[in-house]
Design a protein around this ligand. Sequence first.
Ligand code: PMP
Length: 377
Amino acid sequence: MIYLDNAATTAVSQKAAEACMFAMRSCYGNPSSLYHFGIEAEKLLDFSRETISGAINAKPEEIFFTSGATESNNAAVMGLASVYGKRKRRAVVTGIEHPSCLEAFMRLKEEGFEVAVIMPNKDGLITEDMLFDSVDENTCLLSAMLVNNETGHVLPIDRAFPRIKKAYPGCMLHSDCVQGFMKLHINVRTLGADVISISGHKVHAPKGVGAMWIKKGVRVRPLLVGGGQQGGIRSGTEAVPTIYAFAKSVEELRGNISERYEHATGLKRLAEGLLRDLGCEILSPECGSPYILSVHVPGIKSETVLHFLESKGIMVSSGSACSKGKKSRVLTAFGFSGNVADSVIRISTSHNTSEEDIKALADGVSEAMKSLVKIKR
Ligand code: PMP
């Protein structure tokens, strides 16, 4: 199998799987228990907080584990609005967010907030000025993702957020950093955000684990209440095995972000060249994340290409795996017409992807295009 859908999910690394097994079989105490066996499990959590915070230049006590980025996004958006939106009743979100963020803003709308949605401009960009200009005195929250999961667009939040913070200190800033985490260098001390969301299964850890980084001093009303674990921010017995696996995976990836970035850039350039030669159009921006490539295969529906490639053992996604075959809201927002958006595949690589994989993909797309022509005749 050639797996080119790493933006949807990734293979769990050997080290992460072993860590998970260790925590399940040998260190399965409840981290809240007072005896030694519980304390051993708590040590795994401490290690995990330290490792994950270290990867983004945060402090360990600023990391809160969740069931994944869907929960992190929900908890951040609703939890921040709940605390900071008592008087300021305006909230802003970009129109290209993952549904777990956008839908949380729709909840805010139902609760009486005025919700403004930033759409890309005619060049298909959300600029620093657009983000800055979207905020006013009455805005309690802005959420903008770091890397778009369908196209790889990188939003200039590292420039916009500090500017916004300076001009409107009362506006809370959240970023869904899922597709940038461990792929781009993220430094929360200079990013300007108050809360970021990350997910384990996009970085070779198991599914069902994620985290929020919450800047010290920032208050987030908990989405889940109960036993008061994690300082009461996220009740529920911590999922030690998957959290520890998440940390072990981050530990492995930490040292080689730049190397892996270069590897991904090489693969992206190779794919772009081969696919353009076949007559495909590259929708991802030149300067976007090298890990995600959105490709228009003219004249063939996304799902037809996807299943054709599947028959050759090659896994890609149609637009976004999360939209399950629906026309992509994000591609439409970026200004691609219905015809183009209907015929898009997303290729997303990891450090496990080789040039041979990309060449096999190009051969598969070429064959798909040829056999479609045959069917048309
Ligand atoms: N945000 C982005 C940008 C994503 O790509 C995803 C996963 N598709 C999520 C949030 C949701 O993450 P999880 O699967 O961990 O809930």
